[in-house]
Unconditional design. Structure first.
Length: 578
């Protein structure tokens, strides 16, 4: 063997030896030093995370029947590592069965930054299962489903604005009680991580980690489902027949200030998203402000009576009109100088008579009473975006402003503020916060989510009793609204017709009004209060003639439903003239 051949042989041997050493070192590194890292990488490539969605709590009526509940549905998810090569074929199936956008689905199926992508949420279980079956039959890997509960509203339009909605994609509450109590209702999602085979099939006995979801808690409202159903339809009929822009009707149980029904139009059907508009979602009982008109006269009278300035028999000369700060203010009917009692001023709804009596009280004192009655502040009902209304400081009142505020113009309120204020008179002079939620159920612990309702004395019981007598005169044969009486019961009520303000110009709109009626019964043992508001009705609408019949029907239904017996007493005859 030549030296050259021997040298080449030695060189080859050395190279082979070096390679063997390198392979040995690398094998030791793989089996020892980097074993855990490689195992973790392998596990990561075959592990798929899955969200375990918490079941949302129910929203219930006062008897525990569901107003909002949850039904089983599925989320369709993809593992892009397994779907990239088959993206177009998979997208065709999902576009056909689930009606997903083809091009958006293809993009999601080809993502390179994740192994978990939602393709669809809240899909009915039957539809999701059908899609998966077709994909498996076509041997298209990487698609699976997970439980993704779907919100359902069994009543459709029933109390829809009160109950609210959840977002279709995230399931978060976006309006009504769904929004206000979202943290309570939502619960806490869990998480599961499981291993799959290379073709995306879950390995039954492989390692799995699970964090169980915590279900949401139920919110039980004070709503009476049957009374709500009746009031919804009665109000809708009135709004449509009067061609009003919107309407609200509220009934409270005066014993507890629980809201038994809160109806409005326009509204929406939670099961038909095409009916969900900004105008329908607006909860008008707490968000819309308007000038209440003559309903406010009883609040003024309560303040005057509490201050010792008025009784039902107080005499006042009422001229045809009065001029203040260059403005002339008259009554809704033409008359010369007439002689009315304070009860007659309320019964005939005289602006001029109210002004004459209210001038005995300073602007500061009247303003303080209005604040005590709850104006200029939220009622705390619990619905989102509640307005405080508009009550200007007393030092900004002119003589004319003092006059107009006394009969319900120049002050803007919400329907719920007015309900709480008039209920103060019915409840013997004590203001109580209205309640819409009775309690929060579930969770294994006492509910600490609800504040104790506020209450405070505003006027004396004697003053409240005097104003109740004035309000009974409204529904008497000599009053402006005898048609609002409920057979067999004493009814205290008050009409309201207010000039409507143009939101763009801030000026009153000629011939356009907000009409209303509020009342409680039995007047001598108050149990229920109902308030009806119709905004911008067509023609010659009035509080007594247009809103009054709605009040009558809802109040009659409430009295009968709860078996409230007539007291058997007769309304006192209070003189209206002198």
């Amino acid at each position: 063997m030549t030296a050259r051949v021997r040298n080449r042989a030695r060189f080859c041997f050395a190279v082979v030896a070096l390679l063997l050493v390198l392979f040995s070192v690398r094998l030791i590194q793989i089996q020892g030093v980097d074993a855990n890292a490689y195992a973790a990488r392998a596990l990561a490539e075959t592990s798929v995370p899955s969200v375990l969605h918490a079941e949302r709590g129910e929203i219930l009526d006062r008897d525990g029947d569901a107003l909002a509940t949850t039904i089983d549905a599925r989320a369709i998810i993809a593992d892009p590592l397994l779907t990239r090569e088959h993206a177009t074929a998979i997208a065709e199936v999902l576009a056909d069965v689930v009606d997903l956008d083809y091009f958006d689905t293809v993009d999601r199926l080809r993502r390179e930054d994740t192994r978990f992508v939602y393709l669809a949420r809240k899909v009915p279980t039957f539809t999701a299962d059908k899609a998966v079956q077709r994909l498996r039959a076509a041997e298209l890997p990487g698609i699976s489903t997970e439980r993704d509960p779907l919100r359902s509203y069994p009543g459709g339009t029933l109390a829809a604005t009160v109950v609210g909605l959840v977002a279709e994609d995230s399931g978060d509450g976006t309006s009504g009680l769904e929004e206000a109590f979202d943290d309570v209702l939502a619960g806490v999602d869990g998480k599961a991580v499981y291993e799959t085979s290379p073709d995306g099939v879950r390995i039954p006995l492989a390692r799995q980690t699970t964090k169980e979801p915590v279900p949401g808690r139920d919110v039980r409202t004070t709503i009476d489902r049957d009374l709500q159903w009746y009031a919804d339809r009665r109000l809708a009929k009135a709004v449509r027949s009067s061609d009003s822009g919107w309407g609200v009707a509220v009934t409270v149980d005066l014993k507890s200030m629980e809201v038994l029904q809160l109806s409005q139009l326009p509204t929406f059907d939670a099961g038909d998203r095409s009916t969900v508009t900004p105008g329908a979602l607006n909860n008008r009982a707490v968000q819309n402000v308007y000038e209440p008109g003559s309903v406010q006269k009883v609040v003024t009278m309560a303040a005057l009576a509490d201050a010792g300035l008025v009784t039902p028999r107080t005499k006042v000369k009422v001229p045809s009109d009065v001029s203040l700060d260059g403005f002339t203010i008259g009554d809704w009917w033409d008359h010369g100088t007439i002689r009315l009692t304070a009860a007659g001023v309320v019964a005939q709804s005289s602006n001029v008579g109210t002004i004459a009596l209210s001038q005995q009280m300073s602007s500061e004192d009247l303003h303080d009473y209005l604040v005590a009655f709850g104006f200029g502040r939220q009622t705390g009902l619990g619905l989102p975006s509640e307005s405080r209304g508009i009550l200007h400081d007393a030092d900004a009142w002119s003589e004319a402003a003092h006059a107009t505020v006394s009969f319900g113009q120049g002050i803007s309120v919400t329907a719920m503020q007015e309900v709480a204020a008039i209920a103060t008179i019915a409840n013997g002079g004590v203001w109580q916060a209205p309640r819409l939620v009775a309690d929060v159920e579930g969770g294994g612990e006492p509910a600490d989510d609800l504040e104790v309702p506020e209450s405070r004395r505003v006027v004396s019981a004697e003053a409240a009793s005097m104003v109740t007598r004035m309000m009974e005169a409204v529904t008497s044969d000599e009053g402006v609204a005898p048609q609002t009486r409920v057979d067999g019961y004493r009814v205290a009520g008050k009409t309201g017709t207010a000039w409507r303000v143009d939101p763009e110009t801030g000026r009153y709109q000629s011939g356009r009004n907000t009409v209303s009626f509020v009342g409680f019964a039995p007047a001598d043992a108050p149990r229920f209060l109902t308030y009806v508001v119709l905004d911008d009705p067509a023609g010659s609408a009035s509080g007594g003639g247009t809103a009054g019949p709605v009040f009558h029907d809802i109040m009659q239904q409430a009295l009968q439903r709860y078996g409230v017996a007539p007291t058997g007493s007769k309304a006192p005859r209070t003189p209206q003239e002198w």
